[in-house]
Design a protein around this ligand. Structure first.
Ligand code: CUK
Ligand code: CUA
Length: 642
């Protein structure tokens, strides 16, 4: 949200003071006993019982993805995605380092914003979850059996990969729009020559139906606007994708408010089916572009990184009828398509009203060629021709909209710090509830699909202020859970989130619960340094490199006394966890190692590198309390002089 603050900063501050002092805050902070216990019951999950929904909440500048249960608001896991994670050794172990490789080299951090779960026929299927990295543009895929990141693809020609990672209704594509336009290809040129020279790439990354393998099928090279957010068409609008834009003035500096001169920016409507057909018939051109494609193989337990050298680009004016601009007021941020696929909501973040476009009207206008000029050869439709309706004065600073399964929409208003429920089609406001404070995204389980699962909505707030015990200037952000089963929303729970959650994806737990107890079969472990039994363990020297094939199982390491190592050696501990019980990882750490520990899942092999600098006898041990004899899981390594 940071990018919108400038013109409204004073206003925001004022409103914050207001919302934090109004009656509803007091009320929510001091529920009377009976009322509070009534609400408590709705979020209470008895010991041993499970939550009804999974919520996958983006970790923002933590670069990761966190897993929560709803309605309890309990955090179950942090899945490392774009950042090194010492807890498990992700990005530290030899096997996982390649996951963080890019065409810029090893990038151990990321900024993730928008997770989206794979779909089949417009319904959440729970196979994979995708998430974007803004800063060094990448898209990651997480397997929802193992809850591990299994693929990361870098997005070339993109910059500020914000308008992603949303999937089409059969997960044909995961789509990544660019926030910044840049010189394409990148080159040395004056920044002030931005206008007319920079471009924005909208990337359509295909997802193979069986394996889920990602590949950049094509990029549409658009005019040099900022592309903020996007959403797939669904149902009747399946085959289209919609992107909000701002800075259609193409200003290189936003120091003045000059990027908001235009009363209306655009929603770009892209007929990807048409472009796909064009590409399948050989359309588009291959252009040089370096990008990394990193894949984790669950049999070798090892990631490999390949740098690709070219990408297919498409000029939208070469495919008539494929791309159109829908004028949309006041720098639209979120771009949200309702479950029927008919309505496209443009959340004009500097606006008091909410603009909703009609897909049917859009098609009519296109068919009758009713255009209001063009931008760089792309037809602009008439605002009135495509407008379905306006939600009048619902709040201030609309950002994002989600939908329930009853024909209602819920929009967040950052400036007035509230969620507003309104009726799709009649545009009447039904209810509004304050959020504490300054809400960004909101999520309803199954919200971004044809079949929202309803029941709960949670708001992800940007400012925590007084919601929790203070923890210094840095506090976890605050999410708030609302019951949306009635006409009126009811605030049930505050819960802290990790990093900066932008968006979250959520779904019914029963979709994946039974298959998410992944065990890696030891028999199928093809890691080149695996030791599948104590008999396979050995120490192999190759020059100054020493490879130690180790096993770990309750309650010993093998070997556990290692000699013959010298200062200046490079020691590779290849540790195979022989366990085949669900949920028995072992850890590995050696005194003085300048990398992280390893956490090895049952059936896996993971490798830690150690370059000892001091002579001595150094202990190693298991870091994960695994049995009554956990403390007995230890050993020594002797380091002799060079
Ligand atoms: S968002 Cu990324 S700047 Cu509204 Cu999806 Cu917060
Ligand atoms: Cu193995 Cu503790």
């Amino acid at each position: 949200m940071k990018n919108i603050l400038k013109p409204v900063a004073a206003f925001v501050t004022g409103l914050l003071v207001l919302t934090s002092c109004n009656n509803s805050t007091k009320q929510s902070n001091s529920k009377s006993g009976a009322l509070a216990s009534n609400i408590a019951e709705k979020v209470y999950v008895s010991p041993g019982e499970h939550d009804e929904f999974y919520a996958f909440i983006s970790g923002g500048y933590s670069g990761n993805l966190t897993v929560y249960g709803l309605p309890s608001g309990r955090m179950f896991k942090e899945i490392p995605v774009f950042s090194q994670f010492p807890t498990s050794g992700y990005g530290y172990s030899e096997e996982t380092k390649p996951m963080l490789n890019t065409s810029h080299g090893f990038v151990p951090w990321g900024d993730s914003h928008h997770p989206d779960i794979s779909q089949t026929n417009g319904e959440i299927d729970g196979r994979f979850i995708f998430i974007n990295e803004n800063n060094t543009p990448r898209i990651a895929k997480i397997d929802l059996q193992s809850f591990e990141t299994t693929e990361i693809i870098e997005v070339p020609n993109s910059a500020g990969n914000h308008s992603s990672s949303f999937v089409t209704e059969n997960t044909e594509y995961v789509v990544a729009g660019t926030r910044f336009s840049v010189p394409i290809p990148q080159r040395d040129m004056p920044i002030k020559d931005y206008k007319g020279n920079f471009q924005g790439a909208l990337s359509f990354i295909s997802v193979a139906p069986e394996t889920g393998d990602m590949d950049i099928k094509f990029q549409v090279l658009m005019p040099g606007f900022n592309y903020d957010l996007s959403h797939p068409g669904r149902g009747k609008s399946h085959g289209w994708f919609f992107f909000t834009t701002y800075n259609t003035e193409e200003a290189s500096t936003l120091l003045e408010v000059n990027a908001s001169q235009n009363d209306k920016d655009f929603i770009a409507a892209v007929n990807w089916k048409k472009i796909e057909e064009y590409v399948n018939n050989g359309g588009g051109t291959m252009m040089p572009a370096e990008y990394a494609h990193n894949v984790y193989d669950e049999h070798t337990h090892t990631a490999t990184s390949t740098i690709k050298k070219e990408v297919r680009v498409v000029n939208p004016t070469d495919v008539p009828g494929a791309v159109f601009f829908l004028p949309t007021p006041k720098s639209p941020h979120g771009c949200d398509v309702d479950p029927t696929g008919e309505y496209i909501v443009g959340n004009g973040k500097l606006s008091a009203n909410l603009t909703v476009h009609s897909f049917t009207k859009m098609l009519d206008a296109i068919e009758n060629e009713k255009f209001d000029g063009e931008a760089y050869g792309i037809p602009i439709l008439n605002f009135e021709d495509v407008l379905a309706g306006t939600v009048e004065q619902p709040g201030l600073g609309p950002l994002h909209t989600e939908f329930d399964d009853q024909g209602n929409a819920y929009t967040t208003f950052f400036i007035s710090s509230e969620v507003v429920k309104w009726k799709v089609g009649t545009w009447e406001v039904i209810d509004r509830k304050p959020t504490y404070y300054s809400v960004g995204h909101l999520t309803i389980p199954g919200g971004n699909s044809r079949k929202p699962q309803g029941k709960y909505m949670f708001a992800m707030n940007k400012i925590t202020k007084d919601r929790y015990l203070p923890t210094g200037p840095e506090m976890e952000h605050s999410a708030q859970l609302y019951d949306i089963s009635g006409d009126k929303m009811e605030l049930l729970l505050d819960f802290p989130t990790h990093g900066e959650p932008h968006y979250a994806a959520a779904m019914r737990a029963d979709i994946i619960k039974e298959r998410s107890k992944k065990i890696y079969n030891l028999e199928e472990n093809n890691h080149p340094y695996a030791a599948k039994s104590d008999a396979d363990t050995k120490v192999v020297r190759d020059g100054n490199e020493v490879h130690i094939y180790m096993t770990t199982i309750r309650s010993h390491f093998s070997p556990d006394n290692i000699e013959g190592i010298k200062v200046g050696d490079k020691v590779f501990f290849h540790v195979t966890n022989l366990e085949q019980d669900f949920d028995v990882p072992h850890g590995f750490a050696v005194l003085g190692q300048n990398t992280s520990e390893l956490l090895i899942m049952p059936g896996q092999t993971k490798t830690s590198v150690w370059e000892p600098t001091k002579v001595g006898v150094w202990p190693f041990y298991c870091t994960d309390f695994c049995s009554a004899l956990h403390q007995e899981m230890q050993g020594y390594i002797r380091v002799s002089p060079k």
